[in-house]
Design a protein around this ligand. Sequence first.
Ligand SMILES: Nc1nc2c(c(=O)[nH]1)N[C@H]1C(S)=C(S)[C@@H](COP(=O)(O)O)O[C@H]1N2
Ligand SMILES: [Mo]
Length: 419
Amino acid sequence: MAESKLPRRTVLKGGAAAALTGVTVLRVAGPARAFPAAAGDGGVVVPWLDQPPPPPPELDGILGHPLVWEDIEYLTPNEKFFTVKHYNQPQLSPTGWRLGLTGLVANPLSLSLADLKALPRRSVTFALECSGNTNGAPFAIGLIGNARWGGASLREVLKKARPLDPGIEVVFWGADKGQVTIRDNTGITGAGQTGTVVADGSGGLDLTITEQFARSMSLQDAMSPENLLCYEMNGAPLPADHGAPVRLIAPDWYGVANVKWLTRIEITDSRFQGRFMARDYVSIREEQRAGETVWTFTSVTHERLKSAPAKVIRAGDRYTVLGAAWGAPIAKVEAQVDDGPWRATTLVRNPSPTTNRDESAWRFWTLDWGTPTPGEHAIRSRAYDKDGNLQPTPQDPYLTSRRTFWESNGQITRRVLIP
Ligand SMILES: Nc1nc2c(c(=O)[nH]1)N[C@H]1C(S)=C(S)[C@@H](COP(=O)(O)O)O[C@H]1N2
Ligand SMILES: [Mo]
């Protein structure tokens, strides 16, 4: 991850080092944007003091260009949209590519990209967040982006394949794969395994296999009308690093469910237990129930109600905070400066064409901060959904009972220095 942590559209005043300390401000270059009108167009962005460090070297090649919050736009440009790839990046030829619909179906299909494009085109604006975003590690704060995704309805394609009665599960296979060691398979003899079984020296056995990326959902969830076999991102062909030629877009599900480089969809009569369902991306919590310790294990599924301050903008001596909220239909967002009272923010209307579904998009909000006192300030936000649920604090018992870091939707605090 060698990319600059500072917005490319901005001109640094006083040098990068000074800007990173927050002493200087960033001047927004170019014409004022029509959206959001309330965000202080023509103002200057005051960068956060708590800039994320680059991801650790072990994540090189896995994480790409996390969102620079100060640079937020309603639609995240494709080349600035974060990427996560756990294995290799397959190069699939759009002409040779086929999507198989196999398993428990009456009418197995092998579809070309042209076949998918011949179906009615649907689109959805969806803020896709990695479930590892804001997990407590300082570098992991930009694993989210909002895009307009276009493609064919998964439901219509599944209906054409005609799932058979015993089918309960839909497995989405990506073309990417890698060597995976499954540890401590005590008792595995090697018979019937396609991988290599190696004695691990501790009395157990390691099983090494080549595993393809895959995620599954129930047939009922897969049939949800908003799911897309997506070939377009913000009006352009889906880029290679975002899963070209076709990926699954499952609005409201965490990033990991949105399988890239799709090649096969399989309907099965048992639950799928691959790495990204049953081993990685599993939330483990320790609960006390009637004086007993109980452990729960759940596969990462739907996004959670969440918000974050995105940037502080100065116009003259007045300051505005712009933020985003997502993960559920947003009813309102409140913001707090230092230990002051929670204050109402103004929700910004999304610039969505009527033909596009946008309930899964992020919502921007603004706080008129007025003229704060010079010095360092902390800014945090909390979102409410339309059912009255409130985004939890990081100290919420549900969050602190976890022994894993997935699905962290606690309130986010950023720090800023007002000169
Ligand atoms: N085939 C495949 N699909 C994948 C992944 C992957 O490694 N391989 N990563 C998943 C994860 S963990 C996330 S957060 C999203 C990220 O999507 P993006 O790279 O388009 O932002 O892709 C998901 N789909
Ligand atoms: Mo992810």
